[in-house]
Design a protein around this ligand. Structure first.
Ligand code: ADP
Ligand code: MG
Length: 292
C-alpha cells in the first residue's frame, strides 16, 4: 500500500479504537483466515465473581483459610475469592507461605495448615480424591462457571463456583467473522465443560475449542493452526497470552488487558470490543484495494 493509504487507514482504525503498531500490520490483517480468541477477559469481561460456595465437609468458617490462601495470588479468580470473603465479612489474612501453581491454582500455608485451591488436576497431583464431587463440579461447569476446589490439610472442603459474564458484543463479533468466512476458535486454561458452555453461548463450534491449555502451550496451539496453512490472528489480554500473541501472524491485544499482552501484540483493540476484529480486517482489505 502507498504511505498515504496506510496513513489514512491507520487514522480510520484509531478513530474506531483499533491501533496498528505499524503499516505492515494494517497490510497483513486482510490475510487472516482463522481467529483464535482467549476466553477469560477477551470473550468474557474478565471480572469473575463467586456465585456459590458449597461446604463439602468440616466447618463453614474455614472458608477464611481458603480466601487467605488466595490473598497473594494475582489471578482474577483469586481476586474474586478474596472479594467474596471480604463482602461476607470473613477474615482474610496473609498466608505464611504461598506458591502459585501455573494453570492449576495455589498452595499456601496458614496457621500451620496447608491450603490448596484450584483444579481437579491440582487435587489429584496432591493425592486428594475429588471424584465424589464430580457431579456437582460438572453441574456448575455446564452453566459456564469455573468450579474451583479447596482442600485443607489434605481434606477436600469446599467447591467454589465462579462466573464471568460474556461481553455484550462477543456473540455478534464472532458471527460477523464467521459470515466473512473466517474460522473462529477459543483457547483457555479453563476446563473443557466450562469452555464448551461459553463457546456454545457465543456460537463457536465445539470442535474449535482448545481447553485446559497450559500457559506454556498456548503458542503451540497457534502454530498448530499455522501448520494447517492458515494465517492466524490471536486475540488475548493476559500475561499468559503474550507468547501466543507474538507467534500469531497478527497478535491483537485487548486494550484493557495487561501491558505484557499489549507489548507482545501487533494491534491493540482499545476498548476490548471484539466487533473491532472484523472492522480491522475490512479496513485492511480496503487499504490494500486502494493501492491497486
Ligand atoms: P486462563 O486461560 O483462564 O487464564 P489459567 O491457565 O490462568 O487460565 O488457569 C487455569 C485454571 O486453573 C483456572 O480455570 C482455574 O481452575 C485454575 N486456577 C488458576 N489459578 C487459580 C487460583 N489462583 N485460584 C483458583 N484456581 C486457579
Ligand atoms: Mg484472558
Amino acid at each position: 500500500a502507498t504511505p498515504t493509504s496506510i496513513m489514512v487507514g491507520s487514522g480510520r482504525g484509531a478513530e474506531s479504537g483499533i491501533l496498528f503498531k505499524g503499516g505492515e500490520y494494517l497490510e497483513g490483517t486482510q490475510a487472516i483466515q482463522a481467529v483464535l480468541l482467549d476466553k477469560t477477559g477477551t470473550i468474557t469481561e474478565g471480572k469473575p465473581r463467586v456465585t456459590d460456595v458449597v461446604t463439602l465437609s468440616g466447618s463453614e468458617e474455614d472458608f477464611s483459610l481458603v480466601a487467605s490462601a488466595e490473598k497473594r495470588s494475582e489471578h482474577p479468580l483469586a481476586e474474586s475469592v478474596v472479594a467474596y470473603a471480604t463482602e461476607k465479612g470473613i477474615e482474610v489474612q496473609n498466608p505464611t507461605s504461598f506458591e502459585a501453581v501455573s494453570g492449576h491454582g495455589v498452595t499456601s500455608g496458614i496457621d500451620g495448615k496447608e491450603v490448596l485451591v484450584g483444579t481437579r488436576k491440582l487435587m489429584k497431583e496432591r493425592n486428594i480424591d475429588s471424584s465424589a464431587s464430580e457431579e456437582q463440579l460438572a453441574a456448575f461447569e455446564k452453566e459456564g462457571k469455573t468450579a474451583v476446589l479447596a482442600a485443607i490439610d489434605g481434606e477436600l472442603r469446599f467447591i467454589i463456583a465462579i462466573a464471568d459474564t460474556v461481553k455484550p458484543t462477543s456473540t455478534q463479533a464472532i458471527k460477523e467473522l464467521q459470515d466473512e468466512g473466517i474460522e473462529v476458535y477459543m483457547m483457555t486454561g479453563d476446563n473443557q465443560l466450562t469452555a464448551k458452555a461459553v463457546a456454545k453461548e457465543v456460537g463457536i463450534p465445539e470442535e474449535n475449542v482448545f481447553a485446559e491449555v497450559l500457559p506454556e502451550n498456548k503458542a503451540d496451539q497457534v502454530k498448530k493452526l499455522q501448520n494447517e496453512g492458515k494465517k492466524v490472528a490471536m486475540v488475548g489480554d493476559g500475561i499468559n497470552d503474550a507468547p501466543a500473541l507474538a507467534t500469531a501472524d497478527i497478535g491483537m491485544a485487548i486494550g484493557t488487558g495487561t501491558d505484557v499482552a499489549i507489548e507482545a501484540a501487533d494491534v491493540t483493540l482499545v476498548g476490548g470490543d471484539l466487533t473491532n476484529i472484523s472492522k480491522a480486517i475490512k479496513l485492511s482489505k480496503k487499504t490494500m484495494r486502494n493501492i491497486k
